[in-house]
Write a protein that binds this ligand. Structure first.
Ligand code: ASP
Length: 309
């Protein structure tokens, strides 16, 4: 049997040891472990990488700790607009949704776009219409209400500024979630989900639902899920850039993801990180910020759950 593995993230940013209470740190770690173990179990049971990444991301979306699904940040109009995507490295099929609201698990809607529509990317009202046709239940806005997130929004609501999750001017932290996996057949997949930026307006969309920018999977090379300053990750076409370095420059998974996160994206001003797997089950989780909520597990016996550098 081939090595199978999974990696997940819950965002990157100014995460410095001692900034958080030990109780909160423990809560983050146990939420990561729950999502990691659930995705790993899917792989252990012989199911596909696509099923595993969806499962892990659903659990991260259900946690109020991360900026996705239940924990999504507030927009300028005090609502929630969520973005998500998923890609199957075996077939290159992909699905993305953006500017959706009231959907408990945006990653599942992205998977439905991939598997039940002729399209790759649905946005706004049209995406909601698609969800309605598939009988999705809409959650009341109170499901997404979180006191801490609301406070973040109140602090900047009447300004033109928008903020990455939890950020203050000197402390920025991204709370997007994602998962990448390599299954027992050596097929890989990636999924990413986010609430975007606090106080965002004008239908702002980040890198997370964009195939090639915040999310990408191709059995030829790697599966990637990103987190960070979306505008820069879009310009850097980050996820696809890692795959390109592997395909055209024959770099290893580790070399290619380090090159993109610690050199290429830094050069254009982007901060954040990514998680990556290849078809041999290797894992890389580089970031250029102080920390990144991350976890990984492989059938080779390695397991990691970390926050700081
Ligand atoms: N990349 C996300 C965005 O720009 C934010 C994040 O990673 O937290 O929407």
């Amino acid at each position: 049997m081939k090595t199978f593995s999974i990696a997940i993230h819950g965002g990157a940013g100014t995460l410095v040891k001692g900034m958080m209470t030990s109780e909160l740190e423990a809560q983050y770690k146990s939420a990561l472990k729950l999502a990691l173990d659930a995705g790993y179990k899917v792989l252990e049971n012989g199911k596909t990488a696509v099923e595993a990444v969806e499962e892990s991301v659903r659990l991260l979306e259900d946690s109020p700790l991360f900026n996705a699904g239940k924990g999504s940040v507030f927009t300028a109009t005090e609502s929630h607009e969520m973005d998500a995507s998923i890609m199957d490295g075996r077939t290159l099929n992909a699905g993305g949704v953006s500017l959706i609201t009231g959907i408990k698990n945006p990653v599942t809607l992205a998977r439905d776009v991939m598997e039940k529509s002729e399209h790759v990317f649905l946005a706004g009202e049209g995406a909601m219409e698609f969800a309605k046709e598939l009988d999705y239940k809409l959650e009341d806005p109170s499901y997404f209400y979180d006191e801490f997130r609301h406070k973040q929004w109140l602090e900047i609501k009447d300004t033109d500024s928008f903020q990455l999750d939890h950020s203050t001017k000197k402390d920025s932290k991204f709370g997007t979630v994602g998962a990448v996996a390599c299954d027992q057949d050596g097929n890989i997949a990636a999924a990413t989900s986010t609430g975007g930026m606090t106080n965002k307006k004008w239908g702002r969309v980040g890198d997370s639902p964009m195939i090639g920018a915040g999310n990408y999977a191709n059995n030829k090379t790697c599966a990637i899920s990103c987190t960070g300053s979306g505008e820069f990750f879009i310009r850097g076409v980050v996820a696809y850039d890692v795959a390109c370095l592997m395909e055209h420059k024959e770099m290893s998974l580790n070399e290619a993801s380090e090159e993109v996160i610690n050199k290429r994206i830094l050069e254009i001003g982007g901060d954040g990180g990514l998680i990556a797997v290849d078809t041999q089950g290797h894992i890389a989780m580089p970031f250029n910020t102080e920390g990144m909520y991350r976890a990984s597990k492989s059938s080779g016996g390695k397991e990691e759950i970390s926050i700081y550098k």
